[in-house]
Ligand binder design. Structure first.
Ligand SMILES: CC(C)(COP(=O)(O)OP(=O)(O)OC[C@H]1O[C@@H](n2cnc3c(N)ncnc32)[C@H](O)[C@@H]1OP(=O)(O)O)[C@@H](O)C(=O)NCCC(=O)NCCS
Length: 177
């Protein structure tokens, strides 16, 4: 069960009632511009919530697709932590709805994902891959102590073109709770 609380945000399990909130993130052109997929439909968001519930029952659990809730418990973002094949390591992904950008919530969100991965799951390496053009993602990962590790060339094919990714990572002994 995911439950990580910060000053303004909480990571929790997704629920069926989150579908409209999730659509405001994953259905939004600006929020998905740098992600690996095109904007999702309502039905696709429902399917994401269903598969998140299924992933939560797998033992051992390797996929933590989660809601990012505000202080009123409304969904304002989505986050994912996936444990790699070599299970000491996990990849994070995160997005917030555009209405809440620019208030420091992105930095808080990455901090909560690191707390979840290191303090709760006891991983020893966390990493994230961003579009080379995604300056906001670069800043929030750097602020959380995730250093730039290198560039994966032609990492993804999205929106009809190949895209490189820049990888950031942090190790447990570099992390300050
Ligand atoms: C990445 C994201 C979560 C950042 O959220 P946010 O709440 O706006 O971030 P913050 O307010 O904490 O800002 C963090 C830093 O990024 C900078 N920043 C934010 N948006 C920016 C932009 N469009 N261009 C350049 N810098 C930007 C801020 O100035 C701040 O810099 P600072 O640390 O020097 O003060 C948000 O932009 C988002 O959801 N984007 C779409 C999804 C996405 O790209 N996710 C990352 C996938 S790898």
């Amino acid at each position: 069960m995911i439950d990580v609380q910060g000053p303004s945000l909480r990571l929790r399990e997704l629920r069926p009632a989150d579908v409209t909130g999730l659509l405001a993130v994953y259905g939004d052109e600006a929020a998905t511009r740098h992600l690996s997929f095109e904007p999702r439909t309502f039905d696709q968001c429902e399917a994401i919530i269903r598969s998140a519930a299924a992933d939560a029952t797998v033992k051992p659990r390797t996929v933590y697709m989660q809601a990012v809730a505000d202080t009123t418990d409304d969904l304002v973002g989505a986050a994912r932590l996936g444990i790699d094949e070599r299970p000491h390591s996990g990849q994070i992904g995160f997005a917030l709805r555009p209405e809440v950008w620019g208030r420091g919530l992105g930095a808080e969100l990455v901090g909560l994902l690191l707390t979840f991965g290191f303090a709760e799951l006891e991983l020893n390496r966390l990493w994230g891959a961003r579009s080379p053009d995604n300056v906001a993602s670069k800043r929030v990962m750097e602020r959380a102590g995730m250093i730039e590790e290198g560039r994966i060339r032609r990492h993804l094919r999205t929106r009809g073109a190949w895209r490189d990714s820049v990888v950031h990572s942090i190790l447990d002994d570099e992390w300050t709770p």
